[in-house]
Design a protein around this ligand. Sequence first.
Ligand SMILES: NC(=O)c1ccc[n+]([C@@H]2O[C@H](COP(=O)([O-])OP(=O)(O)OC[C@H]3O[C@@H](n4cnc5c(N)ncnc54)[C@H](OP(=O)(O)O)[C@@H]3O)[C@@H](O)[C@H]2O)c1
Length: 315
Amino acid sequence: MTIKQKFGPKGWTPERLGSLDGNTYVITGANSGAGFEAARVFLAKGARVVMLNRNADKSAAAIAALKQEFGPAAEVTFVRMDLAVLDSVRKAAAEVLAKIPRIDALICNAAIAQVAKQAITVDGFESQLGVNHFGHFLLCGLLFDRIEESQGRIVVVGSNAYKMGRKKIQFEDLNFDRNYTAWNSYAQSKLAQMMFAYELQRRVQAAGKRVVVQVCHPGASRTNLLMDTASPFNKRVWAILSRFIAQSAEKGSWPEVMCATEESVESAKLYGPTKRAETVGPVGECPLHKLALNREMAARLWTLSEQKTSLNWPL
Ligand SMILES: NC(=O)c1ccc[n+]([C@@H]2O[C@H](COP(=O)([O-])OP(=O)(O)OC[C@H]3O[C@@H](n4cnc5c(N)ncnc54)[C@H](OP(=O)(O)O)[C@@H]3O)[C@@H](O)[C@H]2O)c1
């Protein structure tokens, strides 16, 4: 099925943005890659950016680079948060609630990918599921009321990987104790993030809450994503391949900026680059595999996520 694109042949670009003065964007994993580039776009438009990052030194370097570019008055700050540790997420959320009165969008951008050997977080989760899904689930739940007060948005950054791998949440062996592979476990974590987002969209609508939830992906972008975690072989392959098949991190950030700001976005859609199997090219609506909209699996995942994060999220 051909999708009729709304934003013309160039797709959505930050040129569509007016001033974002007075708005606040909270971005996870914003010291590099797409998250850093999204911060640049928001600051260029006069917004305030709050980075939720795990590494203080890298965050200081990122903030210094942004202040160099946008001037010392640029409103960019950092709250330490390690998504791999639920207690760290709780502390970071409490700090955000204490210091940030308004959230126009929370962008769930941080991730780890293709972790070569199975690793388990302190809370007992396979590391990609723990960081990418459970950490963000808890963060979204804890910040939800503040986002609603601001009539803000939640943007979940997914991946084309959601429709690869085992194409399901492996409830019977969530941590892949029996059949771990770097690819399948990453794919499960991105499917979990996206299923959660569409389930949140449905629950928000049913409850009449004033929060927009959107889902996007950056296609194939040249970032640090595999640098820490992938096997040496996969890193080498990606280092070469990405020169030919991937786009810049800057372009990779546009879908998340679009989902955080654009009026004409819709529910049950996926936004990202639209060319070469949705890896690069103009940003617009991408085909969405029905897998991500499986309500039964999503409801089960929601209940499980509440249990695993000890969060009571009455939506
Ligand atoms: N690049 C691609 O081709 C591609 C394709 C599909 C989807 N994506 C998605 O795009 C998003 C952005 O990734 P990227 O490509 O820009 O990669 P990136 O440059 O590696 O950025 C990921 C960010 O997440 C942070 N992070 C990792 N683990 C964390 C944790 N435990 N707690 C808090 N922050 C953590 C990293 O922090 P550190 O600097 O401390 O490591 C980094 O700032 C991810 O959701 C990814 O799944 C990317």
